[in-house]
Design a protein. Structure first.
Length: 272
């Protein structure tokens, strides 16, 4: 999962979930919400019985004081690569282990605030991954005009992955095929995670398409959560500001994908 996630929602029905969701690399400027957040994602390690303090920086870029509410959510990464946030505690939620500095915050125009939170897994917690979202929500709604007239607000979910003990991913490729990604046919590998922490594919492989064109390719930066199988697109890498090359299938891909210190050899032909 990449960075932070911005969602717009009707007020006051927060429990209905996001009306729209878009990725935001470091922040968002939306109706009733004007903030930049850094870092957009945490990937940390903590031992059972110990506390780990982290800091997220909130920069308010509005012209008036910004009022924010900060809280935690559980989240699910859906098959279409969107994220669903939930106020309700999931069955295996680790949110009770999380302490936040304060619930509401006012920031002056142009000012930055270093906001602290702590994760404290109980002693004896077995190896696992603690995942939650730190939600930063603007409290001043704006009104959407037009056919529908309703108040909206904005919020950013900063995704936190905390590895406890020796939890680790274990990735394997279970299949390859061509699938539609963002409306375009793309080479896709199906990756299964047999471990107890999330993993991501990295590295570069070489592709040769039907026209004989050769290009460097890389996997999408998406998390594969424990116990799930996810489709990961392998796409050409744009060079020196040039447009991304167009692939003409069939496509042959060879090389090694990586996760951590491990390699996943890939030698496959992709045909529609």
């Amino acid at each position: 999962m990449h960075p932070a996630f911005l969602s717009l929602f009707r007020r006051p029905a927060l429990a209905l979930g996001a009306l729209a969701l878009a990725s935001a690399s470091h922040g968002a400027l939306a109706q009733g919400f004007a903030a930049y957040i850094t870092p957009p994602r945490f990937e940390v390690q903590v031992a059972p019985g110990q506390s780990l303090r982290q800091v997220v920086e909130i920069q308010h870029v509005g012209q008036q004081k910004g009022n924010y509410r900060i809280y935690t959510n559980d989240w699910a990464f859906l098959p279409d690569n969107s994220v669903a946030f939930s106020d309700a505690l999931a069955a295996d939620s680790c949110r009770p282990w999380v302490a936040v500095e304060r619930r509401e915050l006012t920031i002056e125009p142009g000012a930055r605030y270093r906001y602290r939170f702590e994760i404290t897994p109980p002693p004896g917690t077995p190896a696992r991954e603690c995942r939650f979202a730190l939600m930063i929500e603007g409290l001043e709604p704006a009104r959407v005009q037009g056919d529908l007239n309703f108040p909206v607000g904005g919020r950013i979910g900063v995704i936190v992955y905390a590895t406890i003990g020796d939890a680790a991913p274990k990735l394997e490729i279970t299949g390859t095929r061509v699938a539609q990604v963002d409306g375009q046919p793309s080479a896709v590998v199906e990756v299964r995670n047999l471990g107890n922490a999330h993993g991501r594919l990295e590295g570069f492989v070489n592709g040769t398409d039907a026209s004989g064109a050769r290009f460097e390719m890389a996997p999408a930066d998406l998390p594969i959560l424990p116990g799930e199988t996810r489709r990961i697109a392998i796409t050409p890498v744009a060079e020196n500001g040039k447009p991304t090359p167009t692939v003409r299938f069939p496509l042959v891909v060879k090389g090694n994908l990586e996760w951590g210190k491990n390699r996943l050899p890939l030698d496959a032909s992709f045909a529609p």
